[in-house]
Design a protein. Structure first.
Length: 114
């Protein structure tokens, strides 16, 4: 059964409106994707500039030198920790000896005749 011309016109108009709306949505999605890609490109360029080697030495060699230096610092810190521990032990021993001498001296002073 054929549709009346007014119904056909309504379908064509509605179809055109839906098509225009869909095209608008697609254009907006493509625009957003383009903006996101531009941002990614910008960040990628910034990251590339941050890690690019613009001096005479190799970046890996620089990192190896820093790691070696850090290892030396950590070794020195471990040695300092051992030295401090030894000093604490010696101080504790000296304190014990000093208190023992003080007790003996107090005992001697109180025991001696006046």
């Amino acid at each position: 059964m054929p549709l009346e011309p007014s119904v056909q016109v309504a379908f064509v108009s509605a179809g055109g409106a839906v098509t225009v709306a869909l095209v608008g949505v697609l254009v907006e999605l493509v625009r957003r994707q383009g903006a996101a890609l531009a941002e990614v490109r910008e960040h990628t360029q910034e990251a590339r500039e941050q890690v690019s080697n613009d001096h005479a030495t190799n970046l890996r060699d620089d990192l190896d030198r820093v790691i070696h230096g850090l290892d030396r610092v950590l070794d020195g810190q471990a040695q300092h920790s051992r030295d401090i521990s030894t000093l604490r032990s010696e101080l504790a021993h000296e304190r014990i000896e000093r208190l023992a001498v003080a007790e003996r001296l107090d005992a001697h002073i109180t025991a001696s005749p006046n």
